[in-house]
Ligand binder design. Structure first.
Ligand SMILES: Cc1cc2nc3c(=O)[nH]c(=O)nc-3n(C[C@H](O)[C@H](O)[C@H](O)COP(=O)(O)O)c2cc1C
Length: 233
């Protein structure tokens, strides 16, 4: 009986150890810094872990915060910077609870970050430090629409609320209100981080919802709330 128990324990351990080893390996694999994103064969872009030593202190960042109204189209944003922008915006900062860098009403975590670049449209998967490809298409003009200055930003992040993530009992009107507030927190995080590292951004609510929904392939429960162009002035 004792040998039988030892055998079961051994089999269980064999199952657990290799999978935890893989996790460590994945966490340690960091892309070399590049000025343009690397498109992996399977359509994902590996992001870097956040650098929590980066940037000015919070009071200095407030001092520099502003909404940029021009972007230099020639100045690219590195993967390192993009990784940190996304983590500051709505990354996972308490992985043991799956909680995030921005608060959300009902902890619905309804805001998805769509990342639109020359190479295509991606969605941010914060738990996996990954961008997953939605479509290889440059839709930045659909996001900027008639706000011409935003066309030049190398990256446009769209904050999309999936209002299905709110608790069942919450009415639609309340969900929409919470979605707007939740997106503002994410956008504010992005704005403060950008100010702290010299990146330019603008919270933009003037969106063509139909055009953006088509460009990002959104369904009826997904509402674009704000867009943050990211780049350098
Ligand atoms: C909720 C919200 C929506 C905004 N929408 C737009 C917008 O659609 N387009 C734009 O150019 N700026 C937009 N702004 C930026 C404002 O124009 C800007 O915050 C304001 O002029 C004050 O400038 P500052 O942010 O540099 O202090 C928005 C700001 C907020 C808070």
């Amino acid at each position: 009986m004792k040998t039988y128990k030892l055998l079961v324990l051994f089999i269980l351990l064999m199952g657990i150890i290799p999978s935890s080893c893989n996790k460590v390996e994945k966490q340690d694999s960091i892309l070399p810094l590049t000025e343009t994103p690397i498109l992996e064969e399977n359509g994902t872009i590996a992001l870097q872990r956040p650098d929590t030593t980066l940037g000015l202190n919070v009071m200095r960042a407030f001092y520099h915060r502003k909404s940029a109204k021009s972007y230099d189209e020639k100045k690219e944003v590195s993967i390192e910077m993009l990784s940190n922008v996304l983590w500051a915006g709505f990354g996972v900062n308490r992985s043991e609870f799956g909680k995030r860098t921005a608060p959300s009403a009902y902890n619905a975590q309804d805001i998805d970050l769509y990342v639109c670049m020359k190479e295509g449209v991606y969605i941010y998967f914060p738990q996996d430090f990954e961008l997953r490809l939605i479509e290889k298409k440059d839709v930045r003009q659909d996001i900027a629409a008639n706000q011409l200055y935003a066309w030049n930003a190398p990256i446009s992040i769209v904050l999309v609320s999936n209002i299905n993530r709110f608790p069942y009992a919450i009415e639609k009107k309340e969900r929409l209100k919470a979605a707007i507030m939740n997106a503002c927190y994410v956008s504010a995080n992005i704005g403060l981080f950008c100010a702290s590292v010299g990146l330019a951004t603008t919270p933009r609510a003037d969106l063509d919802i139909d055009r953006i929904s088509a460009a990002l392939h959104l369904n009826e429960s997904q509402i674009p709330i704000l867009s943050n162009p990211i780049g350098y002035e």
